[in-house]
Design a protein around this ligand. Structure first.
Ligand code: CDT
Length: 317
């Protein structure tokens, strides 16, 4: 049986603050139709695909504009036409959105089978940025005000293989890929919104593209997994964000990449059997990982040997 999954990475261009939700969903539907026409099994949209990246703005608690960015259910009323199209064309959907669950709020991604069943739901674990308004910044990054962290990474049987989800800042942390790969994940779907300017250290700005590929390619190679990174890119709300949506093979090689900063569908046929080429050789976890050594080291985190004291230690003749 073929283990080739055809993935469509649907990069989304800017979504402005006053763009009606129906317009955004219409753009996602158009990309889904293109993906289906190009033979996709799954279409992957970015983090917070239904809204602008609203953590760049400060809102007081209870602001109705802020409340309007969250969805209580996906698939739900505002995304019905997207999932109707998915059912009609037989394509699975991975979608990032702002989730409200009663009093709780998460930065969430769902993987939905063509029949509308939610096969995976993931709430972002590594929530970056800050909690309070910081007027010195040219724009805010208030994810830590608007979202709680999720409770962990889980691999799921889906798309004829094993699939894991992660969101944006998660991609910079090696644990994300390793925890998923230890559970058997063969393809890891990641959406992101990455401003090209990083106010706490502008010296990193010129490296945004390099770091984006560095972390995802390393995650792919060191874990023998496919990694699909999907951007919300371009100039949105006056903030320029990285595009460069890409599909990365278990070798760490980029096999398909976006060439614009706007709505663009990038398609790649991902052979899941390639994962074992790495997991049965260099990265045979069961054979070569030194788990007992790692736990010793992590239990000593922050413990450094004391400074040598004068007169103590080896003496010179
Ligand atoms: N969305 C998101 O997580 N973006 C961060 C920006 C840098 S941290 C303020 C990222 O890791 O790309």
């Amino acid at each position: 049986m073929s283990r080739v999954v055809t993935v469509a990475a649907a990069q989304v261009g800017p979504v402005e603050r006053d763009t009606p939700r129906s317009d955004v969903v219409g753009r996602l539907v158009a990309m889904l139709a293109e993906a289906a026409g190009r033979g996709a099994d799954v279409v992957v949209y970015p983090e917070l695909a239904l809204t602008p990246f609203f953590p760049r703005w400060w809102f007081a608690d209870g602001d109705p504009e802020l409340a309007g960015f969250y969805d209580d259910e996906v698939p739900g009323p505002s995304t019905k036409v997207l999932f109707d199209e998915a059912r009609r064309s037989g394509v699975a959907v991975c979608l990032g959105y702002a989730e409200r669950d009663g009093p709780h709020h998460y930065n969430t991604s769902v993987l939905v089978a063509p029949d509308g069943e939610v096969v995976a739901k993931y709430r972002k674990v590594h929530v970056p940025g800050h909690e309070q308004h910081e007027p010195w910044r040219p724009f805010q990054h208030l994810e830590r005000r608007y979202f709680e962290p999720g409770d962990g990474f889980r691999a799921h049987r889906a798309l004829g293989g094993v699939v894991g989800l992660a969101i944006c800042n998660d991609r910079r942390w090696p644990e994300t890929y390793r925890v998923l790969a230890l559970q058997g994940a063969e393809v890891i779907l990641i959406g992101y919104n990455t401003p090209l300017h990083y106010p706490p250290d502008p010296g990193q700005d010129r490296l945004a593209s390099f770091h984006n590929n560095l972390v995802m390619a390393a995650g792919a190679y060191q874990n023998g997994a496919w990694v699909v990174g999907v951007a919300k890119g371009g100039l949105e709300g006056g903030v320029h964000s990285l595009a460069e949506t890409q599909v990365i093979a278990p070798s760490g090689e980029v096999v398909a990449k976006a060439v614009t900063e706007g709505d663009e569908v990038v398609v790649a046929a991902c052979d899941l059997d390639l994962c074992d080429r790495y997991r049965r050789t260099l990265f045979d976890f069961d054979r070569y990982r030194m788990v007992e050594h790692y736990s010793l080291l992590t239990s000593q985190r922050g413990v450094v040997p004391p400074e040598p004291q004068p007169g103590v230690g080896p003496t010179r003749p």
